[in-house]
Ligand binder design. Structure first.
Ligand SMILES: NC(=O)c1ccc[n+]([C@@H]2O[C@H](COP(=O)([O-])OP(=O)(O)OC[C@H]3O[C@@H](n4cnc5c(N)ncnc54)[C@H](O)[C@@H]3O)[C@@H](O)[C@H]2O)c1
Length: 332
């Protein structure tokens, strides 16, 4: 099958390698025109050191590479996704299946990434997400992903395209939950990093992850997601991998912030897209708009966007009113 991966960051590259190994024709579009020749010649992408681009995976700077593809994978970071989708849209075939693998929410509109791609391409966009470091997928380390769509046939098409001996792709009928789980866990991962940077321990992180998931699911359900999706690969699965691994840029940025660096300085030091920073702005706005209690997200927002001291923000969370864990404890 002819496929196109639009975006050559670490994740687009890992997925392009997977598709090629699965026997598909793959062209990977890159924003970095200056790297096209180098990648085609050396079979390496500096965005994913150590990974080899298999023969037959072609790198192109031309959006027209999507022409004729039956599967088009949108893999840019969230901030340029609308522009990139607009650029490639005229070249997407009427019968092509379009997938979004970007994790985030659009600044300003707070739209999910598949909604942004759908607006620009007119397609019913499938969401492919889950706990997956590009570095590990490129090395064929066993990984589980979720292909989510309201349309079962579309979800199964994407499952078939990516599934391999080491990549298990599950289907889901809840793209809203899949995308919100993926986008919002980045905010919690930043906070988990902050607690590491502050010198806290595993207990703290476990509390933060659990309570973070609770407020994420609360917002998700208010926005139409199924609660159970947050206990699956796109929810707790992605939360575990992002909050506990040093592959996670969100966690690494959080550690630097916890150690006293400003948000911009920390992101510059990490040197790759830190989606949790952007998602925190949208999550905070959505929570306010829906009247959802999201104390961890609010603390993250105040630290990242208003310069609140991290120790003060963290102290504020610890000194909230005492409460029951469950909103419906079941006592009479
Ligand atoms: N890295 C992972 O392991 C991983 C796993 C799952 C999902 N994701 C998601 O995939 C998305 C892409 O992340 P990544 O890790 O591949 O990114 P990356 O940080 O490795 O690379 C960023 C890419 O964005 C491109 N870019 C920069 N400015 C641009 C612009 N103005 N227009 C278009 N492209 C531009 C760069 O050329 C580069 O290819 C993110 O939403 C991320 O959350 C990443």
């Amino acid at each position: 099958m002819k496929t196109a991966v639009i975006g050559s960051g670490a994740w687009g590259t890992a997925l392009a390698i997977r598709l090629r190994k699965n026997g598909h024709d793959v062209t990977m579009w890159t924003y970095e025109k200056e790297l096209v020749e180098e990648m085609n010649a050396t079979r390496h992408n500096p965005r994913l050191p150590g990974a080899v681009l298999p023969e037959g995976l072609v790198v192109s700077e031309d959006y027209a590479c999507a022409r004729g593809a039956k599967l088009v994978v949108m893999a840019s970071p969230s901030f340029p996704l609308r522009n990139v989708s607009r650029g490639v849209a005229p070249f997407i075939d009427a019968d092509a299946v379009v997938v979004s693998v970007t994790k985030g929410l659009e600044a300003g509109t707070h739209l999910r990434m598949s909604e942004v791609v759908a607006q620009e391409t007119g397609k019913d966009v499938v969401v492919l997400t889950g706990p997956s470091h590009a570095e590990e997928v490129a090395l064929d380390m066993p990984t589980g992903l979720l292909a989510a769509s309201h349309d079962q046939a579309l979800a199964e098409f994407v499952q078939d395209a990516f599934m391999s001996d080491t990549l298990r792709v599950y289907t889901s009928s809840d793209p809203v939950g899949a995308e919100l789980g993926a986008a919002l866990k980045n905010v919690i991962a930043l906070c988990a990093g902050i607690t590491d940077g502050l010198g806290c321990g595993d207990n703290t992180k476990a509390m933060l992850m659990t309570r973070g998931l609770t407020e994420t699911a609360r917002l998700g359900v208010a926005l139409g997601a199924k609660k159970e999706t947050f206990t699956g690969l796109a929810g707790v699965g992605d939360l575990i991998v992002t909050c506990t691994s040093m592959h996670s840029r969100n966690r690494r940025a959080g550690i630097l912030i916890g150690q006293g660096k400003g948000a911009q300085e920390a992101m510059q030091e990490v040197g790759a897209v830190v989606e949790g920073y952007y998602a925190a702005g949208s999550a905070y706005a959505l929570g306010k708009a829906k009247g959802i209690d999201m104390p961890i997200t609010e603390a993250a927002y105040r630290v990242l966007y208003e310069g609140l001291d991290v120790k003060q923000a963290f102290g504020g969370l610890l000194h909230r009113d005492r409460k029951s864990e469950s909103e419906n404890p079941g006592w009479l």
